[in-house]
Design a protein around this ligand. Sequence first.
Ligand SMILES: Cc1cc2nc3c(=O)[nH]c(=O)nc-3n(C[C@H](O)[C@H](O)[C@H](O)COP(=O)(O)OP(=O)(O)OC[C@H]3O[C@@H](n4cnc5c(N)ncnc54)[C@H](O)[C@@H]3O)c2cc1C
Ligand code: SF4
Length: 338
Amino acid sequence: MSLPQFKLLRPRTVAEAVGYLARFASQSPPTSPGQDARADLRIIAGGTDLIPSMRQKLFEPEYVLEIRHIAELNGIREQGSGVEIGALTPLSTIEHSELLRRRYPVLTEAVSTVASPVIRNMGTIGGNICLDTRCLWYNQSLTWRKACGFCIKKDGDLCHVAPGGTKCWAAFSGDTPPALLCLNAEIEIAGPSGTRRISLGDFYTGAGDNYRKLQPNELLTRIFLPETSADYRGVYRKLRIRGSIDYPLAGVAVALRRSNGHIADAKVALTAVNPAPVLVKRATEMLAGKTLTETLAEAVGDLAAKTAKPLTTSALTPEYRREMIRVFAKRALLATND
Ligand SMILES: Cc1cc2nc3c(=O)[nH]c(=O)nc-3n(C[C@H](O)[C@H](O)[C@H](O)COP(=O)(O)OP(=O)(O)OC[C@H]3O[C@@H](n4cnc5c(N)ncnc54)[C@H](O)[C@@H]3O)c2cc1C
Ligand code: SF4
């Protein structure tokens, strides 16, 4: 499958990138005389997800904004008592960071399960957070999609997964966002009017087609891990077809802190079973102040399974994926006892 033709833009600074976005991103209303409102643009970081999608003609942008040379967005820094991670930091750098392994182990666990070592060298944390949602009917070649009929997410007006509905249920399938949700991570977004900082939980819409709250003229620049989430026990469990490389088909992250043998605070988050990564909200209150027993872990597993809404968007059945959420949530919690 060949790549469509495009023009490559290579900013070296965030300011330059924002300038290109203001000028060439399609849906942003023209704000300056030189702006071309018709042009379409996609941001590329490591390209490990975008390039295959462009080959499948899911995106045929006129411009590709290659941000990987923006040095200021690459690296892990202690900031106050928390940690700042540049959006262009490769996943392998995060995987091998001693600081993160010691202070935020759930992130280290999750990142080390992404794809394969080679892909983790290329792929970035920003790309993982912004990852497109996935579906059997969508991540296919143009010929395949044309033969089976287009759908709401791309070029069509119906959903093969939930016929009769108007919503796209494509699953968010990044491994690091559930870990970041457990850590109360915030993200910085840069755009024409400066930067804004929001909680990662507020970044996703919960719709499979328009899945993130990012304007076409904005980019993700930094991730912040607060001091208050440091030093929790962290565990990540993931279901995939090929253990060596695949996207998650269900994933559970757990971050838990004890005090005097009791749970002082705990968070449980899921990926790959909803159009957004989600926190299992009542899990925190269910676990607070208790001693972790098999029965309690099982009850949280039941709650996690209820939070998961998998549909037939992948090769494994929704029933199996939901059941594995239940099993993984219980196992991940019990693993914090080790
Ligand atoms: C064989 C294979 C297996 C994979 N397995 C996994 C897996 O197990 N788990 C997993 O999580 N992922 C997996 N991936 C997907 C991918 O490798 C990772 O998610 C990676 O982190 C994506 O980062 P990237 O920098 O390569 O993103 P890109 O491909 O460059 O971009 C991905 C998306 O994010 C947008 N984007 C990137 N950076 C920014 C930014 N700073 N601001 C705004 N938008 C941005 C792009 O426009 C694009 O829409 C797999 C990919 C392949 C090819
Ligand atoms: S969930 Fe439905 S609309 Fe969304 S990609 Fe799959 S088939 Fe298309």
